[in-house]
Design a binder for this molecule. Structure first.
Ligand code: NAD
Length: 335
């Protein structure tokens, strides 16, 4: 069977990781990636063997920089079965018409609104909803991290209520423009934050509210969760449940900060030191007065990457069983 042809529109933090993960699969292949500027990332993409496409008015600039552009973004889209749009939040929606016109499927990221695709995706929570769909949105790094713990808890014990505080990284490590560099910023100040409602785009019945602050760090987000469950259970029951989830990793053994979690990613030999799983301090999993508490670290640059691979598989109906797709993606990525 021929492989599904995947194009990556926007080869930045998320796009380059999705390209590498798709390249590892035996049922899909990368037909091109797009870069707006002829910078080091475009050069490395070309050296890796990706066909590099660019905006119509940048083809000459690309060539002058010694990076032979394979053509325009429109040319790239014409070669694809599905485009993974990894352009900055808010830009992706402008591309919908391009995908419709070319008759290709499109995946957007969490920076776009749910309404753009009409289906917000997390592999373990609602894989089936994406089967055969033309447009899907893979939810943000934070929402992905929340769905991965809320879904199994809801299945096993029933979730009555979730309250979460998100301590968000200020910027990605390569971003020199954003801050703060010396402040803690309640963001948004008006409560609750949008993160809780975003989980409801995947699991509408969940009672969830969130608050969020931005911190002067680039490494990871940290969530503090407080969850009321329908059924009585112990912290050991929750640990047993989380231990069975393939995209949850327990951290401990002297790891007491997000800095050490990211060092673990490097020591594991992960590409770019990525931590694709939710990193939960198992020691923090506590039942107190009948309510569950725990901490989890979320590597914002990478937790959505396996989810994008699974979304492609669902939309192209390469696999109808979400659990099987998750196993396949995990195995190929080394997760
Ligand atoms: P980024 O800025 O790192 O990369 C975006 C890329 O798109 C850049 O290479 C940029 O040059 C390119 N681009 C800009 N305009 C373009 C256009 N018109 N056509 C083609 N390419 C264009 O952004 P990112 O962090 O990878 O974010 C991409 C999406 O993923 C956003 O929706 C974001 O919200 C979401 N997301 C980001 C993170 C994160 O922490 N970085 C985590 C999860 C989801």
């Amino acid at each position: 069977m021929s492989k599904v042809k995947v194009a990556i529109n926007g080869y930045g933090t998320i796009g380059k990781r999705v390209a590498d993960a798709v390249s590892l699969q035996d049922d899909m292949e990368i037909v091109g990636v797009s870069k707006t500027r002829p910078n080091y990332e475009a050069s490395i993409a070309h050296d890796k063997g990706y066909n590099v496409y660019t905006l119509a008015n940048r083809v000459d600039a690309m060539k002058q920089a010694g990076i032979p552009a394979a053509g325009t973004v429109d040319d790239m889209i014409a070669k694809a079965d599905v485009v993974v749009d990894c352009t900055p939040g808010g830009i992706g929606k402008k591309n919908k018409g391009l995908y419709e016109k070319a008759g290709v499927k499109g995946i957007w990221q969490g920076g776009e609104d749910h309404e753009l695709a009409g289906c917000s995706f997390n592999a373990i929570s609602n894989y089936e909803e994406a089967l055969g769909r033309d447009f899907v949105r893979v939810v943000s790094c934070n929402t992905t991290g929340l769905c991965r713990v809320i879904y199994p808890l809801d299945q096993e014990f029933g979730v009555k209520k979730v309250r979460v505080t998100l301590m968000r990284r200020a910027a990605d490590p390569n971003d020199i423009k954003k801050g703060p560099i010396n402040a803690i910023v309640p963001n948004p100040i008006k409560l609750p934050s949008h993160h809780g409602p975003d989980v409801k785009t995947v699991m509408p019945h969940i009672n969830i509210a969130s608050t969020a602050v931005k911190l002067p760090t680039t490494l990871m987000h940290l969530h503090t969760l407080n969850i009321e469950l329908e059924k009585d259970c112990s912290s050991e029951d929750v640990k047993d449940l989380f231990a069975k989830q393939s995209r949850i990793r327990f951290v401990g053994q002297g790891i007491s900060s997000t800095a050490e979690v990211m060092e673990l990613g490097k020591d594991l030999g992960r590409p770019r030191g990525d931590m694709w799983e939710n990193c939960i301090w198992d020691e923090s999993i506590t039942m107190y007065e009948g309510e569950l508490y725990f901490f989890q670290g979320i590597h914002q640059e990478s937790d959505v990457i396996p989810e994008n691979v699974d979304a492609i598989r669902a939309m192209m109906e390469l696999e109808s069983d979400g659990a099987k797709s998750v196993v396949k993606t995990n195995k190929t990525m080394g997760l």
